[in-house]
Structures are given as structure tokens and as C-alpha cells.
Design a protein around this ligand. Structure first.
Ligand SMILES: Nc1ncnc2c1ncn2[C@@H]1O[C@H](COP(=O)(O)OP(=O)(O)O)[C@@H](O)[C@H]1O
Ligand SMILES: [Mg+2]
Length: 256
């Protein structure tokens, strides 16, 4: 285990909002090919931690390393340049745009680009969108010209995930991807996550669902009150271990 390479390392991250200390010195690592489930009670600091990694928040203190090199992430676009793609529950997809436009939002393929005037290569973008969706096993979307707002929550997630894989993402972060979904849609998303695992993309998955965490993760990191409460190897963990770390009575392999 020791010679595993960390693709992401977070050291002593602190973040406060007014009087609330949301993160109190968090150390966290994500290794190659690994899916880490990030768990913890509401308010534990999970979303704040991933938002620091994805450039939504700038930490008050602490450093982030990508492949061992210190990263200077000041905004979401910096994070994306580092290969970090984050899929939030409330997806940042534009509802009135069609699938292709959303796929390439901010990364359009152009035939002619004169800076002020661009001519988009719709054909090339369509081919790439279809390929991306197929590569993660999505072939149910009838037409790529569908407006995104007509998609179900699951299909939107699928689009966001395929967007993530098709741009050579190095680290994928999913913040409660199945939270607002029914059983069928959740199942599709879990299958997509398993597909992404086959692609060996390192992932951080925030989820409250113990069954989902057991199915997809390799390691479980539990947060409590802005700190890492402990971690568990999924294959050796059980439900009670997770709960006791969440409420503060248990010891994980990395816990104090
Ligand atoms: N933008 C914000 N402004 C003020 N307080 C916030 C903000 N974001 C998070 N918090 C607070 O920080 C703490 C951690 O929140 P969060 O990271 O969302 O937890 P989790 O995702 O584990 O439920 C909570 O006390 C929350 O109320
Ligand atoms: Mg959250």
C-alpha cells in the first residue's frame, strides 16, 4: 500500500465562514485508480473540502498537491486546467442549451477562430459528444439536439460524467450524485461510476448511501466537525464502523 502514488494530496486545509470553522486542518490523499467515498454527517465539511479542491473556495490555510506538485488553484477554471472535474448535485449545465453545447461549454471546437469571431464546428462536436456518451455506455439519448432541461436528473448526470471523461480528466469529484434520484436513476448513475472505475479514473464520491459506498468505493474517509475522523478499507469495513466514526466513538485505520 505504501508505494501507491497520490494523484491528489491535501495538507492541513483550513476554511472558515464567519464564525464557523468548516475545515480545521484536513489532510487527505487520493491515490491512483482509487475511488474514495467521503462520508460524514451534514455539516461535517465534505462539500467545503471538495470545493477547496475544485477552486470554488480558496482555503484560509494549507496546500494542495497534484501528482506531488504544489497546485495554485484560485478558481474553478484553474482546477479544470489541473484535470480536476467536479460534478455537483445542482449541475452547472445550461438548461436551454442542447447536449452538444453543454458538452463543450467553454471548450468549443472551432473551424475558424479569429478571437472576436468564431465559427463552431458543430459536426466535430456532435461526433465527439456521441463518442463520449457511448464510451460510458449511454446510447439512450435519442437526439443530441435535445435541450438539456428536457433531460431527467439521471441523464443530466450522465452528460456531466461523460463531459468529465472526454476531456482527459485526472481526478473526478462527485458530490452526492444520486441524492435527489429514484432507485432506477440512481442505479444508472452507479453503473456509470463503475464504468468510470473501469477507466481507472481516480474519484472522490460524497455519498450518504452505505450500499452505494460499499458497491463502488475502495476506501472510505469519514469527516466529523471539519476534521478527518478516520478511514476504512471498504472491503474490511462494516456499517457500524462507519456510523461510529461518523458520530465520534470509533477508530478507523487512520483515526486517532
Ligand atoms: N458558503 C457558506 N457560508 C457559510 N457557512 C457555510 C458555507 N458553506 C458551508 N458552510 C458551513 O460549513 C460547515 C460545513 O458545511 P459543508 O461543507 O456543506 O458540510 P457537508 O457537505 O459535510 O454537509 C457547515 O457548518 C456549514 O453550515
Ligand atoms: Mg455537502
Amino acid at each position: 500500500m505504501e508505494d501507491r502514488k497520490a494523484v491528489l494530496e491535501v495538507k492541513n486545509i483550513k476554511k472558515h465562514f464567519g464564525g464557523v470553522q468548516a475545515l480545521r486542518g484536513v489532510d487527505f490523499q487520493l491515490f491512483e485508480k482509487e475511488t474514495v467515498a467521503l462520508m460524514g454527517d451534514n455539516g461535517a465539511g465534505k462539500s467545503t473540502l471538495v470545493k477547496c479542491i475544485s477552486g470554488v473556495y480558496i482555503p484560509d490555510e494549507g496546500d494542495i498537491f497534484i501528482h506531488g506538485e504544489k497546485a495554485n488553484i484560485r478558481n474553478p477554471s484553474d482546477a479544470r486546467k489541473e484535470g480536476i472535474e467536479t460534478v455537483y448535485q445542482d449541475l452547472s449545465l445550461a438548461g436551454q442549451m442542447d447536449l452538444i453545447s453543454n458538452m463543450f461549454l467553454g471548450r468549443e471546437i472551432t473551424k475558424i477562430n479569429l478571437g472576436v469571431m468564431k465559427i463552431l464546428d458543430r459536426r466535430a462536436m456532435e461526433v465527439k459528444t456521441r463518442k463520449a456518451l457511448e464510451s460510458i455506455g449511454v446510447s439512450t439519448v435519442q437526439t443530441l439536439k435535445t435541450e438539456t432541461r428536457n433531460l431527467s436528473g439521471g441523464q443530466r448526470q450522465a452528460l456531466a460524467l461523460s463531459r468529465a471523461v472526454s476531456f482527459g480528466v485526472k481526478i473526478l469529484i462527485l458530490d452526492e450524485p444520486t441524492a435527489a434520484m429514484g432507485i432506477k436513476e440512481s442505479r444508472r448513475i452507479i453503473d456509470l461510476i463503475l464504468k468510470l472505475k473501469e477507466h481507472e479514473i481516480p474519484m472522490i464520491l460524497i455519498s450518504h448511501s452505505v450500499p452505494i459506498v460499499f458497491e463502488v468505493s475502495d476506501r472510505i474517509v469519514i469527516m466529523r466537525q471539519g476534521q478527518i475522523a478516520g478511514e476504512l478499507t471498504t472491503a474490511k469495513a462494516n456499517h457500524e464502523d462507519i456510523v461510529s466514526l461518523m458520530v465520534g466513538v470509533g477508530k478507523g485505520i487512520g483515526g486517532e
